[in-house]
Design a protein around this ligand. Structure first.
Ligand code: ADP
Ligand code: MG
Length: 333
């Protein structure tokens, strides 16, 4: 295993009775990196995370953390920490005692554990709330306490299961930025489970797209978005048209298509398709146009508002849709 790898999953499998929740996945997570496990509900993200944390036993395969096989260790012996979706704070303990809880279990003396807990609360900018109880905090504040509580164990990897889904949209964006900052400043690896493409694109160094218990693609956000490996990923990531062109499945980004009254010359490396405008939606900074070509079907085109208003057209107009052959992503049929 390369010495830049923090965590490696080897043929990791989870069965619940007959249900194969995780199907022999292999993955390397680099040191000090932000990885998002992305996929629709039920694809096996949480099961994968829980096996890494030790809250589920792997049916088959291995989990190697920092060069050590942790597959069958107890959760507290692994060097991992988990932050749950509902934060799971103890309602009868103060913020400080919530954060210090794991040290109390380990019989660390009170002044020492309170000192450490205060440091952790400073890290997440919650030291002024140390004496409050969870019910006296907002959702975002509770989340910071849950983060401090997870980090006090000094994990080499932090596992987060849908950490932003309980927050309102405004707070979700704010906390997203803070999670990324925290990961950078701590210099440890975060593994973050989400079903939101936007969240994964914004946060991740590595996006791991899961589908039906398998990893369908792992790569940087740019790789996964620009070079989706499969039809499923092209559709799930959004922003792509998946079409069958003469029997070959292809994806073309909706913002790489131009609309013109005349066909563009193919000698410029362009392909053009006679189409009819079906729908125009103004979305503020951009305009989404739907058009139909007899062979390809419905195509979505995303234009900047400036481009659209330079040569506006109307529903029912006959036009040509053109794109560069090099912008087409071939997909396995
Ligand atoms: P995700 O987090 O991507 O939504 P999960 O890992 O929770 O997916 O679930 C993957 C599959 O395993 C689903 O089909 C789910 O119903 C099943 N599953 C998850 N947990 C259990 C369990 N404790 N017992 C039985 N089946 C489960
Ligand atoms: Mg889940």
């Amino acid at each position: 295993m390369s010495n830049n790898t923090e965590l490696e999953l080897v043929a990791l499998t989870k069965l619940y009775g007959d249900t194969k929740a995780v199907d022999s996945i292999g993955l390397k997570i680099p040191k000090a990196s932000y990885t998002c496990l992305l996929g629709p509900s039920g694809c096996g993200k949480s099961s994968t995370l829980r096996m890494i944390a030790g809250h589920e036993i792997a049916t088959e395969g291995d989990i190697i953390l920092g060069g050590k096989n942790i597959t069958n260790l107890a959760p507290a012996e692994r060097g991992t920490a988990m932050m749950f979706q509902n934060y799971a704070l103890f309602p009868h303990l103060s913020v400080l005692d919530n954060v210090a809880f794991s040290m109390k279990i380990k019989n660390v003396e009170k002044s020492e554990r309170h000192k450490k807990a205060k440091e952790m609360l400073e890290l997440v900018d919650m030291d002024q709330y140390a004496e409050r109880f969870p019910e006296q905090l907002s959702g975002g504040q509770q989340q910071r306490v849950a983060l401090a509580r997870a980090l006090i164990t000094r994990p080499s990897i932090l596992l987060l299961d849908e950490p932003l889904s309980a927050l309102d949209p405004f707070l979700r964006l704010k906390m997203r930025v803070e999670l990324k900052k925290l990961q950078r400043s701590l210099g440890i690896s975060f593994v973050h489970v989400t079903h939101s493409q936007d969240e994964a694109m914004a946060l991740a160094d590595q996006i791991v797209v899961m589908h039906d218990g398998k990893i369908e693609q792992a790569g940087s956000p740019i790789e996964v978005f620009n070079k989706p490996a499969t039809e499923f990923i092209a559709k799930f990531m959004g922003g792509h048209n998946v079409v069958s062109n003469q029997g070959q499945l292809q994806a073309i980004r909706s913002d790489k298509i131009t609309i013109s009254k005349k066909a563009k010359a193919s000698k410029d490396g362009l392909v053009s398709f006679a189409s009819r405008i079906e729908e125009i939606e103004y979305l503020g900074t951009n305009v989404q146009v739907s058009a139909k070509n007899d062979a390809l079907g419905d195509i979505i085109i995303n234009l900047s508002d400036q481009t659209f208003f330079k040569t506006p057209f109307e529903i029912g107009d006959s036009v040509f849709l053109s794109w560069k052959a090099e912008d087409v992503q071939m997909l396995p049929n």
